[in-house]
Structures are given as C-alpha cells and as structure tokens.
Design a binder for this molecule. Structure first.
Ligand code: MRU
Length: 342
C-alpha cells in the first residue's frame, strides 16, 4: 500500500489520501473540531500550541505532514525548511526528532516516494507498538487494581490505544484494573481535559483529582499502581514526562506503590546518557497564571513553567517497553544499551 491510496484514522488524526486532519486537542473536552494540518508550517504551529500533542502522536503527525509536502511540487530548499520547522516544533519528546530523522534518511537514500510511504509505515508501527506495550504491561498486574495516571498517554497521544493509558485500557478490559485516578495535570490540564474525556468515552470508571491529592490516596491504600507515559528516556533509565511526574514518583516511593513508565522504543534516546542531558521545554508563564481567557493570578506575577520534569531511574519500579518490561535493577545494569538499537 502507498500513502496516496491509504486511508488512516485514529482518535486524533486522519489521512484521506490527500489531506491530513487533526483533532484540535485545545478544544477538548467540549468541542471536537478537526483542522487541516497537511501543510508543514501549519502542522508545526499546531504541534507547538498543543493542538496536536503527546510524544508518539507528534512524531507520526509531523512525518505525515512532511510526506504531504514531499508529494507536492516543493523544491529541495523549501522541503528542507519544512523539515526543520517540523523537527524543531517542540524540544523534549524525542519521538518528533526520531520520526523526522527517519523520514530524512529514507528520502536521501531511497527518494521522495519511498519517504512518503515511510510515514505510512511509521503510522502502522505506532499502532502495533501500543499493543505490544500493553501485552507486556499486562503481566504486571496482581488481581484487579486501582491505578493512578498523569497527563494523557492514550489514543489522543498516539495513533493506537496509547502507551500508559493504552495499557490501562487493555488491563481494564481484562479485568485487571478496576478504577483509574486521573491527575488533572497542571498547568494545561491534559489529565482533566483529555484523559477524563478518553476514559469517559471508553466507559472506564475514573475519578479526577488535582495534582496535590495523590499522596492522600496512596496513604489510604487506594492506589495500587502508578502508570504514566514518557517523552524521552535516557540510556540509564532516567526519563522526562509531563511536569508533576517526578513528584508522583517521590510520593509512590515513600508509600511503596509500584511506579512504571510505559513507552515505545522510539522514546528511548540512544544519544542521551542520563536525565541531565534531556532538554526541557519551558512554556509561557501565562499558562500558570490562568487558562484560556480566565486568569486567577496577578498579571505581573512571575511564574515558573517547565513543561516536563525528569524522574531518576532510582524511583522507578520498571519501564514497560514494546520490547519487554525492564526493572530498575536491569536498567541500572545497562539493559537499555542492548535493546534499543533500531
Ligand atoms: O505536553 P504534552 O501534552 O505533549 O505532554 C504529553 C505527556 O507528557 C504525555 O504523558 C507523554 O507524551 C507521554 S505519551 C504518550
């Protein structure tokens, strides 16, 4: 199959053979608005303002947008500029650079048409990777558990069932998850707006909490496991995820609650030795002072707004990859060295 004949559809992305459509995630949960994200500069803007977000999804969407440009009559210089715009739209999630580098390599060695079809391969691969992560992750459960998740790592963040939320979904279907606690996830509320919306559509029982409530639930024994995504995993097992993840990890460690990140191998950065080498995106202070047209803090107040934080491997119980489950001990012994070469 080639891209021109393909029809692709996921929760947040559609390709109809000519155009790439994306669900504007900034409008959820109340409005489902689909935007034309075919053109690379438009797509780079959509990724930057989080209309299209989630580590695997931004890689797939950028690859498909670049494939659209490769099918136009754009010259080499224009394509190069488009490629760069897309690759640099956001800095922390390595899946974006990974997908764009893969597109470039195929374009250089096998030409434009082959690179267009590579975007199709990246899409289908992401669907399969999600299922593989879930299959490995299902082995973790002990009976039917209540779990906590942070941010959004489901069908809105990938083109498959998701990473951590995909595993939660498959575990719920298998009777291994009974309830999901959802951190609202400040400052942009991806948990409250997106994860709660996804779980509601799937009919999975859930309770929304603010980011400061998880410790109470852990102390009361109401959370048996934490499962969340990753935007970049360093070779020593340290990983970056949506800000607040590190705090949840500290609380889980203190209360003896197993804590896992779930990610595809494309989130492992083989060039990144440890967490201190992960670039952290900082966003506009106004995202902390308010939301949309609503502001609750004085406009002149300074605000600190890193989009991600880094959790050290020492706080992990394990990483669930599509290639298996790796415990903290295995990660500290260098397990990622052998398993994550393409
Ligand atoms: O800033 P976002 O919304 O793109 O951040 C997303 C997350 O932090 C997710 O938890 C992450 O991408 C892991 S993904 C499937």
């Amino acid at each position: 199959m080639n891209l021109r004949n393909a029809n692709l559809e996921s929760m947040a992305l559609k390709w109809d053979g000519e155009c790439l459509w994306v669900l504007d995630q900034t409008q959820l949960p109340d409005e489902e608005i689909w935007l034309d994200g075919s053109e690379p500069r438009t797509m780079a803007g959509l990724i930057h303002r989080l209309s299209v977000r989630g580590a695997p999804l931004i890689g797939v969407a950028a690859a498909l947008s670049y494939a659209w440009a490769l099918g136009s009559n754009a010259g080499d210089a224009a394509l190069e500029a488009d490629w760069r715009f897309l690759r640099e739209a956001r800095p922390t999630a390595v899946n974006l650079a990974w997908a764009m580098d893969r597109m470039k390599q195929v374009q250089e060695y096998r030409g434009r048409e082959a690179a267009r079809d590579e975007a199709l391969a990246i899409f289908h691969e992401d669907v399969a990777l999600c299922e593989a992560m879930s299959a490995h992750g299902l082995t973790l459960f002990d009976g039917s558990e209540a779990v906590l998740t942070h941010c959004n790592s489901g069908g809105l963040a990938t083109v498959g069932v998701g990473t951590a939320l995909g595993l939660i979904r498959r575990a719920w279907e298998a009777g291994k998850v009974s309830h999901v606690f959802v951190d609202e996830t400040r400052p942009l509320l991806q948990g409250g707006r997106l994860t709660a919306w996804e779980l509601g559509r799937l009919g999975i029982p859930h309770t929304l909490i603010t980011d400061s409530m998880a410790a109470i639930l852990m102390r009361e024994g109401r959370i048996q496991r934490v499962l969340l995504g990753a935007d970049r995993i360093a070779m020593n097992g340290d990983f970056a995820n949506k800000v607040g993840t590190y705090g949840v990890a500290v609380q889980a460690h203190f209360h003896g609650v197993p804590f896992h990140t779930v990610a595809p191998w494309s989130t492992v950065d083989t060039h990144c030795p440890s967490g201190k080498d992960i670039p952290i995106e900082h966003r506009d202070a106004k995202e902390v002072r308010g939301f949309g047209s609503l502001r609750w803090a004085p406009v002149q107040s300074e605000a600190f707004n890193p989009s991600f934080d880094v959790t050290p491997v020492s706080l992990l119980t394990s990483i669930v990859l599509d290639r298996g489950v790796f415990t903290r001990e295995q990660l500290e012994a260098g397990a990622l060295q052998g398993c994550c070469v393409a």
